[in-house]
Write a protein that binds this ligand. Structure first.
Ligand code: 13P
Length: 254
């Protein structure tokens, strides 16, 4: 059976107004109907989640958040819990994005966030990625460490909905020419799959979709999806332009 493909838009703080967000969601709802076989996810900032979720309520498009609180108890100023996200209409959450790790989010917090997402019934999209490529392959060790600290002894329920997004930090926020090449991505996808099979059980690991993020644009999406073995993309800047986003989704159609 053909494996499903996924395109996840991470708006970061690119889109900030409700008017722009709603307009985007209305167009996406209309146009994405004609693209079967690709699961489309959209992660607006917290403040725009309710408006976007409302527009996409009956559309085959998942809406989710860019992070989640690692805690459930009340005394956490500024945090948003899994239950609150669920109330907003979220079905997934991006966890451990490098831009959050850069602000001090530790491997330990990332693991807690995965557990909180699972408890709330949200699908966790775990982001991993090295800050730089190292001669001698040191970056593989960093990927291995990020995977095992986040996922070792994970309850089976949490592993079931898990998606892993490999985002090399050095490739984020640039242009298609600066993205990882398909052959290097293929090598990393094999490495991640092998590690997942060792950390979790093999059967569960085989079902976990592995996405790529880092300057995916309309120009490089086809090449990356056909030549690297990834199940789809986590898209930043190109997910905020409706034409680019739709073109990337089209590239993932089988
Ligand atoms: P860009 O697509 O802007 O490089 O961002 C990738 C990313 O960080 C998605 O989470």
């Amino acid at each position: 059976m053909a494996r499903k493909r996924f395109v996840v838009g991470n708006w970061k703080m690119y889109i900030q107004s409700e008017e722009e967000a709603t307009k985007f969601a209305v167009t996406l709802r209309r146009k994405a109907r004609s693209i079967p076989g690709v699961d489309v996810f959209l992660a607006p900032p917290f403040t725009l989640l309710p408006a976007v979720a409302k527009v996409l309520e009956s559309a085959p498009i998942e809406v989710g958040a860019q992070t989640i609180s690692a805690f459930t108890e009340s005394k956490h100023t500024g945090d948003i819990s899994g239950a609150m996200l669920k109330n907003f209409g979220a079905s997934f959450v991006i966890i451990g994005h490098s831009e959050r790790r850069a602000q001090g989010e530790t491997d330990m917090l990332v693991r807690e966030e995965i557990l909180r997402a699972s408890e709330a019934g949200l699908a966790p999209i775990l982001c991993i990625g090295e800050r730089e490529r190292e001669e001698g392959g040191g970056h593989f060790t960093r990927i291995q460490e990020q995977l095992s600290s986040a996922l070792m002894n994970l309850p089976p329920k949490a592993a079931k909905k898990l998606i892993v997004a490999y985002e090399p930090v050095w490739a984020i926020g640039k242009s298609a020419a600066d993205a990882l090449q398909a052959e290097d991505l293929e090598e990393m996808v094999i490495f991640i799959k092998k590690n997942l099979a060792e950390i979790l059980d093999r059967k569960t690991a085989l079902k976990i979709p592995i996405l790529y993020g880092g300057s995916v644009e309309a120009e490089n999406a086809s090449e990356l999806i056909t030549k690297s073995g990834v199940s789809g993309f986590l898209v930043g800047h190109a997910s905020t332009n409706i034409d680019s986003f739709l073109s990337i989704i089209q590239s993932c159609k089988k």
